[in-house]
Design a protein around this ligand. Sequence first.
Ligand SMILES: NC(=O)c1ccc[n+]([C@@H]2O[C@H](COP(=O)([O-])OP(=O)(O)OC[C@H]3O[C@@H](n4cnc5c(N)ncnc54)[C@H](O)[C@@H]3O)[C@@H](O)[C@H]2O)c1
Length: 475
Amino acid sequence: MKVVVIGTGFVGLPHAAVLSEYGHEVYAYDIDEKRINAYKTGDREEIERYVNEPGLYPVIAENKDKYLFFTTDITEIADGTDVFFLCLNTPPNRDGSSDLSYYLSAAHHLGDLLAKRQNKKRVVLVNKSTVPIGTARLLESIMKEHGVENFGVASNPEFLAQGNAIDGSRSPDRVVVGCDHEADFSILRRIYAQFVNHVRIRYLETTPETAEAIKYVGNTLLLTYISFWNGVGARLGETHPNLRMEDLKIGVTSDSRISTWGSYVSNGAGGSCFGKDIQSLIYQLNQAGQPSDLLQAVYNINEYQKVYLIDRAEYEAGFNFNQKSVALLGLAFKKRTNDMRDSAALKVVETLLARGVKEIRAYDPLANEAAKSYWFNPEKNHLFNRIKYFNSAKEAINGSDALYISTDWEEFRGLSHTIQQEVKPPYLVIDGRRMMPDFRTLVENGYQHISVGGTYLKPTDDAPGMAEKLEAELA
Ligand SMILES: NC(=O)c1ccc[n+]([C@@H]2O[C@H](COP(=O)([O-])OP(=O)(O)OC[C@H]3O[C@@H](n4cnc5c(N)ncnc54)[C@H](O)[C@@H]3O)[C@@H](O)[C@H]2O)c1
């Protein structure tokens, strides 16, 4: 089928690439010329500067100029296209509602083009962007306003997780398609032929409104799991020195009714979706006069997790950040991505700068460059000049007074040795991801340790017992 993917970011580019792999003729369209030019070069580094996903580059290399084409102009292409996927960014407004300006601008442009087409065969416009419940209906009215004929609208929300976009697109848990007409379901069955009647992948056909709601309910439930463990598990672990967090997790999730997913404690979940989607659903419920207390609590807990360890360092360890140098490991919102959106590190940096740190020694295996452009705005805030970037954890730690671990990159698990080599006690380690199973050695050698879900450990007479407890917990 002839397909146009509108918006080629974290969702649109992998989606276009995987569709081309299945033999559709795919046009990946974006208004960002620099981005499209980078994709057109076919150069791995250029492409990954925009979207860095494992397995993405080989799919593009294989299909570019055969099944996959990049363009900033779909005037000619629109005529004769079977399906348009709208993959536009929908960031949050200040009041939590979704900013639909990019989406609406693309929809009106499309309405203009489709109203002029010669080929009047049925065309389906599919929302892949996460948009408020009722947006497919809005899209329908926009097309009618432009005088478009013989079209259908659909909601086909994207569930991929960043860092796993290609595998997630090739082998999703489910494909949800919401349409009004059999003709449109039928076209989308041809698009997703590999998933229809699949033995494992559930292919669900429903109404557009239900499909839109599935995305919001699914994402906010995932964040609820995360906030549950942070709001209950972490709090208990920080209250009772003899409570073993990992055993608590295993004991609770051994109940087959309880999800193992999300059963970890952390310095909050970031990324472009969780925070935005929950704020949007709260807004949508409130607009409808419905209460949203549960979702509000989930959101608040998640935001609190992102910075509370800095407060703990101050009031439990008595650490004064003023004029200190802090190593910050992990800048993107999770491992295996360079995406900085809503990363916990953003809040950590802001808070550390507000507490007067002399410098932040930052390192992320993938996101240093992305972070530089995020924070390189001395005019907006000259304090960002205090962030220095390094090429390894070792270099970042060297010369610092404290360490904050914000992302769960595997390489951070082996840090206790590096710490002992590079910095002297009573150096403070703040672990937002519980990354150090062998912390015993550090505490025994005079270092201090605060982790999410654990009590503050310092080298005192009773330290050996405490350190053993921690080691057992993290093993
Ligand atoms: N990132 C994720 O992991 C993820 C997962 C599931 C769903 N989603 C949802 O998918 C949507 C897209 O997210 P994303 O992360 O890919 O966003 P993104 O910001 O990475 O990409 C959006 C792209 O749209 C382009 N664009 C903006 N206006 C345009 C226009 N008028 N015409 C053509 N292109 C235009 C931008 O230049 C950009 O390349 C959002 O609604 C998001 O909530 C994202």
